[in-house]
Design a protein around this ligand. Structure first.
Ligand code: IMP
Length: 421
């Protein structure tokens, strides 16, 4: 059985939820390993649309264990809300497992996220406001609170007192706002903990058992490579490692257990929040992609910035994730455009640059043109039935990045895809 990772190769929102949901059908276990409820995964099954933020999309298959690994940061209120929303729609959550050593998002994390963005003003990151940067900061600074500590009132109180002592000083002295009240926080967390308690375990053991029994594990990435704290467009990134390497530290599995890494790539490029985007189209093309592709954030509702596919950035994602294949989504959104552009390199000060530079100021994309297609492709399930120009577009991408495209999304539904396997 092959253990697979699904990662986003761009700035998130590549359609990982749909691809995971398609591929998770065969998996025995589905695991999330990084990020928190800053993520937003949309899965459409028949006429039902599910928007998930924390819980892996594999939960939509009954009886499949789904894990929130230790690398995920968990806002208990947001988790309970999501759990209740799924239960109301008849989804069984008995198979949801949460790592006891995953870190907890606290109210001061959300508050600090907002205050820091306000302080930065025009230089803000454009975060989702879910407290992600501050919770990972606390984890690294060794003052975080883990799920296991939530379970024990005494331990939780002690940890919270220590943490609040630090954070209230920062809130008052750095940001000039009122300190937070410990009793209010405790009351808020007490109300969600009982719902979550039965799900909290040592998830690394479950993963180890699955490996030993030769079961297939599916690791579901959140965000995307270009938002990775190390390999993304720093500092306009998230505070975790959504890249494939994050699986080992974020789930508790050795690299020798990983067999395949599938890079989910949108047929064009989008980004929410601030930061560089060399191929961005602030024009009719960008608007066309946004409206046709419904490019509005699942988590924040913000309109996404849209542009042409960027090959040097995709090659970077191939390299740092060790991609074995690509799932290309939303090809149907390009239908109707007479001409498609793909960025193949950049220009800076009159010189051609093949790779995306670590300091990307003032680079200009160099484009290759492709002819578009008019035919509706949403009902096509066989690769050979795609219009010749669509196949040329796909095969050119494969050639440029050196990785095969095995899945092609032609519509939002789970079944609306061409699977070359
Ligand atoms: P944070 O993760 O909320 O700290 O936000 C940091 C950056 O990552 C911002 O530009 C966000 O818009 C972006 N971001 C975080 N999560 C996602 C996601 O799931 N999809 C797309 N962008 C995201």
């Amino acid at each position: 059985m092959a253990n697979k990772i699904v990662v986003g190769t761009q700035w998130g929102d590549e359609g990982k939820g749909k691809v995971t949901n398609m591929l998770a059908r065969k998996a025995d276990l589905v695991v999330r390993y990084s990020g928190g409820n800053n993520a937003g995964h949309t899965v459409v099954i028949d006429d039902n649309k599910f928007e998930l933020h924390l819980i892996p999309s594999g939960i939509l298959y009954p009886d499949k264990p789904n894990i929130l690994g230790n690398g995920v940061v968990i806002d208990p209120q947001a988790l309970v809300e999501e759990m209740e929303g799924l239960e109301e729609r008849g989804i069984n959550l008995d198979n949801l497992y949460i790592s006891e050593i995953a870190h907890v998002v606290m109210p001061y994390h959300r508050l600090l996220d907002r205050l820091e963005e306000e302080r930065k003003g025009a230089g803000k990151i454009g975060t989702t406001g879910k407290g992600i940067g501050p919770v990972y900061t606390d984890k690294i600074a060794r003052r975080g609170i883990r799920m296991i500590e939530l379970l024990d009132e005494e331990q939780f109180t002690r940890k919270l007192e220590e943490s609040l002592d630090y954070h209230n000083t920062v809130l008052e002295k750095v940001y000039g706002v009122q300190p937070l009240d410990i009793e209010e926080i405790k009351a808020e967390y007490r109300s969600s903990i009982e719902k979550i308690r039965p799900h909290i375990i040592n998830t690394a053991i479950l993963i180890e058992e699955a490996c030993r029994e030769n079961k297939e594990i599916f690791f579901e990435g959140a965000q995307g490579t270009l938002l990775d704290i190390d390999f993304g467009t720093y500092p306009y990134v998230t505070s975790s490692n959504p890249t494939a390497g994050g699986v080992c530290t974020g789930a508790g599995i050795g690299p020798t257990e990983i067999d395949e890494v599938i890079g989910v790539t949108k047929a064009y490029q989008t980004r929410v929040g601030e930061g560089p985007f060399p191929t961005e189209q602030k024009n009719k093309i960008g608007e066309y992609l946004r409206e046709k592709g419904h490019e509005y954030g699942v988590t924040t509702g913000r309109p996404r910035r849209c542009g042409w596919l960027d090959i040097p950035l995709l090659k970077h994602a191939v390299r740092v994730n060790g991609l074995t294949e690509i799932a290309l989504t939303k090809l149907d959104v390009l239908t109707g455009l007479a001409e498609l552009l793909v960025c193949t390199s950049y220009q800076k000060d009159g010189e051609n640059i093949a790779e995306y530079p670590a300091c990307a100021q003032d680079i200009k994309p160099v484009y290759q043109e492709f002819s578009g297609w008019e035919e509706d492709i949403s009902s096509i399930r066989e690769y050979s039935n795609l219009p010749v120009n669509a196949r040329h577009y796909l095969e050119s991408i494969e050639e440029m990045v050196g990785v095969p495209i095995r899945i092609i999304g032609v519509g939002p539904g789970r079944e609306e895809a061409i699977n070359k396997d």
